[in-house]
Design a protein around this ligand. Sequence first.
Ligand code: GLV
Ligand code: MN
Length: 202
Amino acid sequence: ADPDPVQDFCVAAAPGDHNASYSTTYPGFPCKPTSSVVSDDFFFAAHASGASTDNPNGAGVTPGNVEAFPGLNTLGLSINRVDLAPGGVNPLHTHPRSAELVHVEAGEMLVGFVSTEGKFYSKVVRAGESFVIPRGMMHFQYNVGTGAARAMTVFNSQLPGVVLAAQSLFGAEPEIPDAVLAKSFQVDADTIKLLKSKFRKG
Ligand code: GLV
Ligand code: MN
């Protein structure tokens, strides 16, 4: 989904070091000067362990996008690690800029998305198997096994973006008016207030 690279690489300069003298106007982040690029710029170790699943969703996502892994800048791809406790759900969300390939490494997950026609496509995916989420589709992963489950998710964007469904609707800052949400979901304002109480901070 990202534009094609126009040079071998463009390791992203450190945040706060987006110096105007750096070499590119290419979409993405400015490049570190090539003279200071080292092998470690192309290496990412943060997926050797997973994020905690000790939270209400029973899910931990460790991002491996360009912000975490600057060597990905301009390369049009990225990777996350998803850990799920038994019964855990990586909650409904979309990626506005990317398709997603879910490759399960351990356990078994129900992986699903909903198309623009409202059709739900899903599959129980086991270790060694993959499922693909087309760009922009609402999707989730749900651990339906008895043990921990783990997947690597691969994206054709260096920064797929994530819109968390419940968080963006019920946790928006400032809040979306109750009347808008109540009409949208065909429920009463008290139901909306209950949902907001779960997703709004403070
Ligand atoms: C999983 O859906 C992910 O976005 O990593
Ligand atoms: Mn996703």
